[in-house]
Design a protein around this ligand. Structure first.
Ligand code: CA
Ligand code: CA
Length: 283
C-alpha cells in the first residue's frame, strides 16, 4: 500500500474493490477534524454553531472538539445537550451559600445572602457579616441602664444600681421608702440613682444604720454654751443640758445659765445664819 494519510487522519479500507479486485483505501479525518484540500483541519465547533451548547453555557473550542461550561456563579445540573445545563443556584443547591451569621434567600437571579438581625455586611460565606454595635449606634437602653451587645446580635439593657425598670425605661429607686435605709438618728434624702443619710442635729457620722453617734457637746467648750460659773454641762443623746450648780437655780429666759440663790432672803422660819448677819455669796 502506498497511501500516505495527512496528520489527524487515519487510513481506512473502503467497501469498494478496484478493477483488479483488490481492496481500496482512503484517508478519513479524525473526529473533530475536517478535510480541506489534502489536509485535515480542526473544526471550530463553537464558531460554526452558536447554539452548540445549551442556554447560557459557554462554548470553548478544543483541538480536537469543544467543551461547554457554565458561567461563573452558575451550576451545571448535568442534563440536556452535552449534559451541560446551567442554572443560577438556589439556596438548597449549595452546601453553605451564605455565612453563618446570614440567611440565604432565593430570588429570580438565584439567591442572595442577608445578614441576620444585629449584623450587617455582604453575608456571603467569604465576606461574612460584622456585628453591629447596637448599644453604640441605636442607644436602645435607658440612660440609666447598662447596655451589652450579645454575641448573636441581641442586646441586654440592665438598669444601673439605684434604678429599677425593664432596662429600656429605668426609674430612680426611692431608697428612703425603706425605713431602715438610714440610722434611726438620721434622716434620709433621696437622690437620682442614690440616696443620702444625714445624721440629725446632735449626732455625728455617715448616717447609715449604726453610724450616727451622739455628739458629746460637753467635751469641747466650743460645742456647748453652758455658763461655766453657774452650770455644769450634761451630755444627753442628741443634745446636752446645762445643769444648775448647787446654790444656783434655773432662771427664766435661759437654760444655759442659772441665777444665784440669795440664801439670806429665803423664806425660812429659821434664818440661815442664826443670830449672825447673812451675806449672800455667789453659789
Ligand atoms: Ca434614689
Ligand atoms: Ca449630746
Amino acid at each position: 500500500m502506498d497511501l500516505q494519510c495527512p496528520t489527524n487522519s487515519k487510513c481506512i479500507e473502503t467497501q469498494v474493490t478496484n478493477t483488479k479486485g483488490r481492496a481500496t483505501f482512503m484517508c478519513e479525518c479524525d473526529s473533530g477534524y475536517r478535510k480541506k484540500g489534502s489536509q485535515c483541519e480542526p473544526i471550530n465547533e463553537c464558531l460554526e454553531n452558536e447554539n452548540i451548547c445549551n442556554g447560557t453555557a459557554i462554548c470553548t473550542d478544543l483541538t480536537p472538539g469543544y467543551k461547554c461550561e457554565c458561567p461563573l456563579g452558575n451550576i451545571n445540573v448535568g442534563i440536556g445537550k452535552n449534559n451541560v445545563t446551567c442554572t443560577v443556584p438556589k439556596c438548597s443547591d449549595l452546601k453553605s451559600p451564605c455565612h453563618a451569621d446570614a440567611e440565604c434567600i432565593d430570588n429570580a437571579f438565584g439567591f442572595s445572602c442577608k445578614c441576620k438581625k444585629g449584623f450587617r455586611g455582604v453575608g456571603t460565606a467569604q465576606l461574612g457579616c460584622e456585628v453591629i454595635d447596637q448599644c453604640k449606634e441605636y442607644t436602645p437602653c435607658s440612660q440609666y441602664a447598662t447596655c451589652v451587645n450579645q454575641p448573636r446580635g441581641s442586646i441586654t439593657c440592665t438598669c444601673k444600681n439605684g434604678y429599677e425598670g425593664n432596662g429600656t425605661i429605668c426609674h430612680d429607686v426611692n431608697e428612703c421608702k425603706n425605713p431602715k435605709a438610714c440610722d434611726s438618728n438620721a434622716h434620709c434624702v433621696n437622690t437620682q440613682g442614690s440616696f443620702k443619710c444625714v445624721c440629725n442635729d446632735g449626732f455625728m457620722g455617715t448616717g447609715l444604720p449604726g453610724f450616727c453617734s451622739d455628739q458629746d457637746e460637753c467635751a469641747d467648750p466650743r460645742t456647748n454654751n453652758c455658763d461655766l460659773q453657774s452650770t455644769s454641762c450634761l451630755n444627753t443623746p442628741g443634745s446636752f443640758d446645762c445643769v444648775c450648780k448647787r446654790g444656783y437655780e434655773r432662771s427664766a429666759g435661759s437654760n444655759r445659765t442659772c441665777g444665784d440663790i440669795n440664801e439670806c432672803l429665803l423664806n425660812s422660819t429659821k434664818p440661815v445664819c442664826g443670830e449672825h448677819k447673812c451675806t449672800n455669796l455667789p453659789g
